[in-house]
Ligand binder design. Structure first.
Ligand code: ATP
Length: 352
């Protein structure tokens, strides 16, 4: 089974190396037969090939069973005509990775300011308020005059329906509750459509309870009592913002894992950015991408009905839990380990 590894920018190469080490240990222990092929995307690719994503990389990604993309310096890539393509957006769009699944939970051994919680944000990934992906041709943002900008937000029934189905299917494997987050009081048509479609899927999902909350009120609810939430489904930008909040509430942005999944492809990505402020210092927390890698294995396991992939994913999750409980963590979580030591320590826990 081939996994394409793209280290990315900033802390990307460091946390990707640690993730690969952990997945290699899991592959050996559970006889998964994972074969890692490494390539470049982002600044390194721009430097070597004049573009952040080469056309032949797309073919490699298409033929791989899964992709691991390290954080990339999204804000630096402004001019696609000169090869400055945002790799994260590119793969999400090209492979229709419509479901961005971002778990956030507390861990025994870490201070939980708001009490223990365990939730998942399911964020629509292919339309909404994202100018770089909601148009077939051109951008969803326009400068009408030098002083007037217009940003389009696209919401389609089909995309609402498929993201809602991912959320309700996930809730069925968890605590059977879905919260729909929206702004249908103001965005009556767009979020009205989203809300309507989510409730339609709820009707067809017996045994799953549902509620809906307006996005601004949701911020208060999450910081007041995050334990009341199980699966949260929302549109693209609300999900992006909400999931950074839930990751940080769980202890650190460095715990924020995520999977971008479509029907044929999936890509593991940390929920955070490339953190240039700590790049190259061996201090980044690799748990985010390692947990994302575990999500990718679990996704592959469910899709291909290969139980040992799901078992390996569970073993990685438990190794992270045990490491946190033992205080074997990076600085952001109050520990002393470097990124490299963290990868080696987790790999050793999985191997034993
Ligand atoms: P980008 O421009 O790529 O989005 P950024 O620095 O603006 O990068 P993030 O990368 O999300 O945004 O980082 C926000 C803050 O969280 C930074 O101070 C960063 O150092 C910290 N941070 C992010 N990821 C990690 C991590 N894995 N381990 C430790 N600290 C992290």
């Amino acid at each position: 089974m081939q996994i394409l590894v793209l280290p990315g920018d900033g802390i990307g190469p460091e946390i990707t190396a640690a993730t690969r080490q952990v997945l290699e240990a899991a592959s050996k222990r559970f006889a998964l037969g994972l074969d890692f092929i490494e390539d470049v995307a982002g600044h390194e690719s721009l430097r070597q090939y004049g573009t952040t994503v080469r056309p032949d990389l797309v073919d490699k990604a298409r033929h791989a069973d899964g992709i691991i993309l390290g954080p990339t310096a999204t804000a630096d890539f402004k001019d696609p005509a000169h090869g400055e393509i945002n790799p994260s957006m590119f793969f999400r769009k090209r492979f229709d990775l419509f479901a961005n699944v971002r778990p956030a939970r507390t861990y025994p051994g870490l201070p939980a300011r708001l009490g223990a919680f365990d939730l998942v944000v399911v964020r629509e990934n292919t339309e909404g308020f994202y100018a770089d992906r909601n148009m077939e041709v051109g951008s969803g943002e326009m400068l009408v005059t030098a002083d007037v900008a217009v940003s389009l937000r696209r919401i389609t029934r089909a995309c609402c329906n498929r993201i809602a189905r991912v959320a309700f299917e996930l809730a069925a494997r968890r605590r059977q509750h879905v919260t729909i987050v929206h702004k249908a009081n103001v965005l009556k048509l767009g979020d009205g459509l989203f809300l309507e479609e989510c409730h339609a899927v709820a009707q067809a999902s017996p045994g799953i309870t549902v509620d809906d909350i307006i996005v601004d009120a949701m911020m208060a609810h999450v910081v007041r009592a995050p334990q009341r939430f199980d699966v949260i489904v929302t549109t693209n930008m609300f999900g992006d913002i909400l999931s950074d909040l839930t990751a940080e509430l769980s202890g650190s942005l460095g715990l924020g894992g995520s999977l971008n999944a479509g029907t044929q492809h999936a890509m593991a990505q940390a929920a955070h950015g490339s953190a240039p402020d700590i790049a190259g210092t061996d201090s980044a927390n690799p748990f985010s991408l390692i947990l994302s890698g575990a999500q990718l294995l679990a996704w592959l396991g469910r899709r291909r009905q290969v139980k040992k992939l799901e078992i390996a994913a569970g073993a990685i999750d438990r190794a992270v839990e045990a490491a946190i409980a033992a205080g074997e963590v990076t600085r952001d979580l109050g520990g002393k380990l470097g990124t490299r030591e963290t990868g080696a320590m987790l790999a050793a826990r999985i191997a034993s």
